[in-house]
Design a protein around this ligand. Structure first.
Ligand code: GFB
Length: 325
């Protein structure tokens, strides 16, 4: 069997996203020289015929399936049709084309929202499909569950070596900082940064509105740790059960807001808008399967937020680099 060595032909599906950019960065740093990518304008991953043609021409040997329509709680609840259609189609076309062209191994990336809303915590892999889903992201979760089942079905019927990883909430460079569609961590970085800037201009006290009650808990993994885990699993994991990927530690949204405030804008006041949804009360992953395989995360949350804030400033307010961090 072909190994994942630097000459392997590797397709990173979704190479412009938060996860895809981190995987490409990591593969390039390790000297992989045969990376295959395709932008949206070149290849619509929802189009089976186009995806089949692309695979037949490019002949990837390994595939990181990290493409999809993603977003935070508001985007998920207001655009459920896009979340279910785009993701189900993308997963199905890529898995089918990978099977037809004899891809050696494919890693499919899901999400921790696949688990029931009222799961025992921490969440073990076997709790999948044991209860109703969280309504704010049901469409996305159904598509992600279908992706796991696709990989398992192709393994069972055709012997394909397709594996699945379920990451917890992610953050890092190249995240989406748009306040209507982003996840909480980049949203709060932007809100505290903007509040500090506004206060400096107007002399008014800085204040930030956090959605919901602040009581839900979330676990956060830096995307460079996720990329490391994806390579680890691609190299060492060949079973059909999906694997949780996280840190095994969580904090409340209130604590997260206080942590980001301490890094970005220590003077700012925090308000809560309880008209906005809380979503899942808690979704802490049990990561013992991954630990037993021999992988652990290495980027501490505070350090990761600092680094992400530096990236944000360099991208969004380059003139102020150094001054604000
Ligand atoms: O990160 P987030 O949008 O998604 O929200 P989920 C997490 C929590 O942070 C929720 C609160 O309780 C939000 O109400 N929050 C507070 C905020 N302030 C903000 C803010 O300014 N922006 C945002 N976005 N949230 C998503 C799912 O769930 O997680 C997806 O919708 C996916 O399907 C993803 O699984 C990883 O963690 O609630």
């Amino acid at each position: 069997m072909k190994q994942l060595d630097p000459s392997a032909r590797i397709f990173v599906a979704g190479h412009r996203g938060l996860v895809g950019t981190a995987i490409v960065r990591r593969l390039e740093a390790e000297g992989f020289s045969n990376l295959l990518t395709a932008g949206r304008e070149e290849l619509d991953l929802r189009d089976q015929a186009a995806v089949d043609r692309w695979f037949a021409q490019q002949r990837p040997e390994f595939v990181f399936l990290v493409a999809g329509t993603v977003g935070g709680i508001m985007a998920n609840s207001t655009r459920p049709a896009e979340f279910i259609y785009d993701n189900m189609m993308i997963h199905a076309t890529v898995v089918q084309a990978a099977h037809l062209t004899g891809v050696e191994r494919l890693l499919y990336l899901g999400s921790s929202c696949i688990y029931p809303r009222h799961c025992p915590q921490p969440i073990r892999e076997e709790y999948l499909l044991t209860g109703p889903l969280e309504p704010t992201n049901e469409s996305y979760a159904i598509a992600k569950i279908a992706g796991i089942k696709l990989c398992q079905a192709y393994r069972r019927q055709y012997g394909c070596d397709f594996i699945s990883a379920m990451p917890t909430n992610l953050y890092g460079p190249n995240d989406n900082f748009d306040l209507t569609s982003s996840h909480v961590l980049p949203a709060l970085i932007r809100k505290f940064h903007d509040a500090k800037e506004l206060s400096a201009r107007t002399g008014e006290p800085a204040q930030v509105t956090v959605w919901g009650t602040g009581s839900p808990c979330r676990e956060f993994l830096h995307v460079d740790d996720l990329a490391d885990a994806c390579l680890f699993l691609m190299r060492h994991y060949q079973r059909d059960e999906h694997v949780n990927v996280g840190t095994g530690e969580d904090l409340s949204i209130r604590e997260l807001a206080e942590l980001i405030r301490s890094i970005v804008a220590p003077q700012a006041r925090i308000l809560f808008d309880s008209d906005k949804p809380d979503g899942m009360p808690r979704k802490l992953l049990d990561v013992s399967r991954l630990h037993e395989l021999g992988w652990r995360h290495s980027i501490d949350l505070k350090q990761g937020i600092r680094q992400t804030y530096e990236w944000f400033i360099a991208q969004h307010a380059p003139a102020k680099v150094g001054a604000a961090v």
